[in-house]
Design a binder for this molecule. Structure first.
Ligand SMILES: Nc1ncnc2c1ncn2[C@@H]1O[C@H](COP(=O)(O)OP(=O)(O)OP(=O)(O)O)[C@@H](O)[C@H]1O
Ligand SMILES: [Mg+2]
Length: 296
């Protein structure tokens, strides 16, 4: 059964996109899984990282990004075609079993009008159910679907939540970066309750961890208990931090550039070490934990 996971945080720049791309590439190349990345972020970062700008422009010109899917509903057109839109064999690792549904910066032009989809479709389609009603049947053949969400809980993100089994929260571990996490869990819990959704938290992933940072070290001392408390107060089943922490490393940021020519996953994420371990080892550890949690 396909497992669908939304990668969410209200805060920008906490490595949502990097985590999505790393997990997707690792699941496809090291774990033999069939994976789809859905890029819901108008910033289009996951898309550019996985197919590069030239290919993105071609898809955008042909009307095959998720912007076109939502725009169709507003304009009563049918330009978006899921079979054409699904990009197969993506990433600069040319991974046969990794696919992408691309985003578009044009999403920005319509994101405030997505609520009108209900009216424009004469109440046939809810603005929260565009993905569900249009692409769900085409994605059930994947092992994993990872959804890269924008840094908010607006209608576009809610489309991702609506079809997800889990959400994963990446966060930098200092106090200010983690301040809004209770709000994320509460909002998703309320939304899921109202719409009878099955979505659960897969866990909190510490990203960009700098072991020499005093604020990161202090944050880590209280974070596990602060995270547990959120679930206790909402009286819902608890979720925990991933044991793996993704270290802060320039090479990780550089690996996101599509213009690099790595030949293997381990080369792409393994050029440097953090502590005494290669960077790719952290991604593999994370992916092992991810699979274990998603399959339990
Ligand atoms: N482990 C890391 N070490 C160093 N830099 C990183 C790491 N992970 C991500 N970055 C860099 O941090 C920046 C933000 O990462 P990313 O784009 O993944 O965050 P995001 O949460 O998706 O941001 P947004 O909210 O804008 O979508 C990028 O420049 C990225 O390359
Ligand atoms: Mg992002």
């Amino acid at each position: 059964m396909v497992k669908i996971v939304s990668v969410i945080n209200l805060k920008g720049g906490v490595a949502k996109t990097t985590t999505t791309v790393q997990l997707a590439e690792c699941l496809a190349s090291e774990f033999g899984k069939k994976v789809l990345v859905i890029d819901l972020d108008p910033q289009t970062n996951a898309t550019i990282s996985l197919i590069g700008e030239d290919k993105w422009e071609e898809i955008d010109r042909k009307g095959q990004t998720l912007f076109h899917l939502f725009n169709d509903k507003l304009k009563n057109t049918s330009i978006f075609n899921i079979d054409k839109a699904l990009q197969k064999g993506v990433s600069n690792l040319s991974l046969k079993s990794l696919s992408l549904l691309a985003s578009s910066i044009r999403f920005i032009d319509i994101q405030d009008r997505i609520a009108d989809i209900s009216k424009e479709t004469e109440h046939m389609i809810s603005p929260m159910e565009v993905l569900k009603s249009s692409i769900y049947s085409a994605i059930t053949s994947f092992d994993y679907v990872l959804i890269d969400c924008p840094p908010n809980l607006g209608f576009i993100t809610k489309n991702g939540i609506e079809i997800s089994d889990y959400y994963l929260i990446p966060s930098i571990p200092d106090y200010l970066s983690t301040y809004g996490i209770p709000q994320i869990v509460k909002n998703i819990h309320d939304f899921a309750g109202k719409r009878s959704l099955k979505i659960r938290c897969l866990g909190l992933l510490v990203t960009k961890y700098a072991s020499n940072s005093e604020s990161h070290r202090r944050g880590m001392e209280t974070l596990p208990e602060r995270f547990r408390k959120i679930f206790r107060e909402l009286q819902i089943p608890p979720s925990t931090l991933f044991q793996t922490r993704i270290p802060q490393a320039n090479a990780t940021a550089e690996a996101m550039d599509f213009e690099g020519f790595p030949s293997t996953f381990r080369e792409k994420y393994g050029r440097t070490k953090s502590g005494n371990r290669y960077l790719y080892e952290y991604v593999i550890d994370l992916t092992k934990e991810f699979v274990k949690r998603a399959e339990s």
